[in-house]
Write a protein of this length. Sequence first.
Length: 297
Amino acid sequence: MIGLGRMGANMAQRLMNGGHEVVVFDPDAAPRAKLVEKGARAADSLAALVAAMPAPRVLWLMIPAGRITESALDELASVLERGDTLVEGGNTNYKDSQRRARAFADRGVDYLDCGTSGGVWGLENGYSLMIGGDEAVVQRLHPIFSTLAPAVDRGWGRVGPVGAGHFTKMIHNGIEYGMMQAYAEGFSILQHKREFALDLHQVADIWRDGSVVRSWLLDLTADALGKNPTMAGIAPYVADSGEGRWTVAEAIDLDVPAPVITLALLERLRSRDADSFTDKLLAAMRNEFGGHAVKKE
């Protein structure tokens, strides 16, 4: 396991709980030490990690998409051997996965892209795994995937050739944007209906059972509202890690209308504009054509 953020560490722990021997590497010694205490072996470099594993090796990368992943793969390309397998489990753009797989194939190294969902709860509940790559390689790693998944026969599968795993996860996250936005807007309407003094945590809890809109995401929403009903101390700033943007771009490329996902992404971008020039100009235009009052800062 390469990359031991909370999710990566939990995945390593779930593998160990399932009886697998795990060797881990992270540039930070602290998370390595924590997993060593729980039974893992650790290496202090990627080269040492490869050297510590018997061939043929299976290496799972759980690190952020982009430059850090590219750098790790460049380093691994110089030390891996024919017959080794790489599984890239981050939220990488599927086109990067296709390019990388071709490069490693020339070296005789198998490459799988595995869209991974489950967050910090995966240790307890298992992970949803969307795998792209050669079918024989996926079957060979069946014990790993079935251990990480919620069950041996549920929550995971090969969805297509290399690139399909990360593509499927990208769309998964686009859907997630839309669902989150719908929940957030609905609860905001409830919160603004002052005359009823609704208990939002109670409403969320009621909806968790029997409701058409029940989901694990609603479970987490209910939990958040129980801890902090007014969202005190939380800035109205919503980040995005790329998958929503890629989903919208892909929808445009494919001529597929995706207004909900697109608007959900735009709402995240809007949340970051604390001094909106757009809104100031809108107010100024209303004043110009209609003499409408402008609220001063």
